[in-house]
Design a protein around this ligand. Structure first.
Ligand code: HEM
Length: 298
């Protein structure tokens, strides 16, 4: 099987970086930089043992089709969802860089080295640094990741395309959420648990998960089988400025993302995710992360 890019399967280190770029200049220079990423990673990991620096590069639909490498099945753009106060914008992007490691400084350094040679060719749409918070909690202070597939086998089963020209590749979904923590913290713990669908101290699923809770919206079965994705989201931001969750997840297809989003944003049965009263997506995009071999061949 082709090799998946390094940030996809392993458990993420405590620091991460997500950069969404638009290509505004010479496409070939950008591709050359993308192709050199894994070599740069290898050198940095040798120089800085223990950092476990891992990264993945992924491409937006229209940029990928301009490379004329064919298209993985049903690759489509993120579409706007919801209505009223509960909406998800589609903000696009040509290239996504996702980095994680045990060192914030190295994530920053890698991005500088990655961007400098092509600074004129791109516009950065979003650059967000994430960090593990408390015992793997989101800033709502609920544990995030409890039901994530755990073993490399389970993750690879969920995240990677198994066969065909795009084997080893993976679809990526990114949404940056800004939380309204004062509003969230006005709820009692019991009310917060009903919004999430799990207990706050120890992340145990409620006996009676409310249909409009977050878990009630995204724990979806089709033909008796639970829909799965591999999440690598982390909290980001500053106390006095914007803060929230940088949601990022990988999957072998886009179907599971689409079904979960439609359920969260009230498009499947009219019920929307109550968590979205306390957090708002300000970006939203889909990307495709080709296998290492396919990236090399671009
Ligand atoms: C579960 C938080 C956005 C998909 C959870 C859990 C929390 C959480 C606390 C329960 C613990 C766990 O299993 O990890 C958040 C926050 C979000 C967010 C704070 C944004 C601000 C999303 C989005 C999706 C998603 C956009 C997908 C479109 C899932 C899935 C589960 C989950 C699949 C596991 C459900 C299960 O099988 O029980 N999330 N989430 N989440 N979330 Fe989210």
């Amino acid at each position: 099987m082709a090799t998946s890019q390094p940030a996809i399967l392993p458990d993420a280190g405590p620091f991460s970086l997500y950069v969404v770029m638009k290509v505004v200049g010479n496409k070939d220079t950008v591709i050359e930089q993308c192709k050199s990423l894994h070599q740069t990673l290898a050198v940095l990991n040798e120089q800085q043992p223990g950092a476990e620096l891992r990264a993945s590069i992924a491409f937006g639909q229209s940029f990928w089709s301009s490379l004329e490498k064919g298209s993985p099945a049903e690759f489509s753009d993120f579409r706007e969802l919801g209505k009223g106060d509960i909406t998800a914008p589609a903000t696009g992007g040509d290239v996504l860089l996702h980095v994680n490691s045990s060192r914030h400084d190295l994530n920053f350094y890698l991005l500088r080295r990655f961007i400098e040679p092509m600074a004129k060719e791109i516009e950065v749409l979003d650059e967000t640094y994430g960090f593990k918070y408390l015992d793997s909690r989101d800033m709502t202070e609920f544990v995030d990741g409890t039901e994530n597939p755990k073993t490399v086998e389970a993750r690879s089963d969920v995240a990677l395309i198994k066969e065909g020209d795009f084997a080893g590749g993976s679809f990526v979904m990114v949404q940056r959420f800004i939380h309204n923590l004062p509003a969230w913290n006005r709820l009692s713990i019991q009310a917060q648990e009903k919004v999430i669908g799990r207990t706050k101290p120890d992340s145990i699923e409620l006996d009676d998960v409310p249909a409009a809770s977050h878990v009630g919206r995204v724990d979806i079965k089709e033909e008796g089988k639970g829909l799965k994705i591999v999440r690598h989201s982390l909290p980001y931001g500053s106390v006095t400025g914007e803060h929230g969750l940088l949601f990022i997840a990988y999957c072998s297809g886009q179907h599971n993302f689409n079904v979960m989003l439609e359920s969260m944003y009230g498009e499947s049965d009219g019920k929307s995710d109550q968590m979205l009263r306390f957090t708002k997506a300000v970006t939203g995009a889909y990307f495709f992360a080709p296998s290492v071999e396919m990236l090399d061949s671009l």
